[in-house]
Design a protein around this ligand. Structure first.
Ligand code: CA
Length: 332
């Protein structure tokens, strides 16, 4: 049999791509970099099939509104299911100092956004994962907020773990240097008990930790060039406003005019796993005791902790990540 050529070859290649890529759920807390990550997934050709929201950067209603407004800007209709309002055990914290009171840095918003498709994210996740198990078509998840929704599912129905393909998480630390406390990163610190449930479930996890995000950045001036001649569309204006907010916050912390890839780095790893150029295989456990280390991810490459190891991203191809991000700013 000869190889298909022309149109047929393209069609066959597309079918292969579709078969090889699992469906995707985005679980998000609706902050500035969450909106940017969503824009990257859409621009990169792997829009989530379903989006679930959680408290985190802001309260869950605001997080849901932020995601729905971002979808409105993008002209995309993706079902958004509102989720966890509170952590499993501890009181709620938020990150308004970083993401602004509205979670999107006060950027101008569109009108006429859709309402949420539902208000039971854990229930939706559960039914999707049951369906995935029944059809043997696993679903990938990108989690870029506190892990409460996923923990609620795994705690109530542990067998749902079998429906998850790869779970990519932005969160935690690899060297114990946090961004909320000296030891803990925000997404884990916001609900350590939930993170503990997720990391002990035996899942295939790719972890994008805080230190890797902090060391993968691009200077602001080179991003300004991207917009030259391209900032007339509503989506480019929205993208630019988010980016400018993130740059202002980073500058206010004394780090200069740079844009750090945080949730967008995790989105890049989902879009193109080859952006990951170095990673550490290690068991990860979450410190739950009150005090200095609460919410810290304890990383053990030695195997003494036991359990399934996760893949912790330590280096990424910055040029490739930047290109995936650039496409979301000014789509062709
Ligand atoms: Ca986030």
């Amino acid at each position: 049999m000869t190889a298909a050529t022309g149109y047929l070859a393209a069609e066959t290649a597309l079918e292969t791509t579709v078969r090889m890529t699992n469906r995707l759920i985005l679980d998000t807390d609706g902050g500035v970099d969450d909106a940017q990550a969503l824009m990257m997934l859409v621009a990169g050709g792997r829009a989530p099939d379903v989006i679930t929201t959680t408290f985190g950067n802001v309260g869950v209603e605001q997080a849901t509104r932020n995601i729905l407004d971002t979808l409105r800007v993008l002209g995309r209709d993706i079902p958004v299911h509102q989720g966890a309002r509170d952590p499993l055990v501890q009181p709620i914290i938020d990150a308004a100092a970083i993401h602004g009171a509205d979670g999107l840095g006060g950027v101008a918003r569109p009108t006429g956004s859709a309402p949420p498709a539902g208000h039971d994210a854990a229930g939706k996740l559960r039914s999707l994962l049951r369906e995935a198990m029944a059809t043997s078509e696993r679903i990938d998840i990108l989690a870029i907020g506190p892990l409460t929704n996923i923990a609620l599912v795994l705690r109530s129905e542990p067998t749902c773990a079998a429906g998850i393909g790869r779970l990519t998480i932005m969160g935690g630390t690899v060297n114990g240097r946090g961004n909320v406390t000296p030891a803990a990163e925000f997404n884990i610190y916001a609900d350590p008990e939930a993170a503990a449930v997720v990391f002990s479930a035996g899942l295939e996890i790719m972890l994008v930790p805080w230190e890797t995000c902090a060391t993968h950045y691009i200077d602001g001036a080179s991003l300004d060039k991207v917009f030259v001649g391209h900032d007339a569309t509503p989506s480019a204006r929205f993208a630019r406003a988010l980016l400018d907010h993130a740059r202002r916050v980073t500058m206010s912390f004394g780090h200069g005019d740079i844009f750090r890839f945080v949730d967008p780095l995790a989105a890049a790893a989902v879009l193109d796993p080859a952006v990951v150029t170095d990673s550490l295989q290690a068991a990860v456990s979450v410190a739950l005791a009150p005090g200095l280390t609460r919410g810290m991810t304890v990383v053990d490459p030695s195997g003494r902790l036991g359990g399934k190891t996760v893949s912790i991203v330590t280096k990424a191809n910055l040029a490739r990540v930047t290109e995936l991000f650039r496409r979301s700013l000014v789509p062709a």
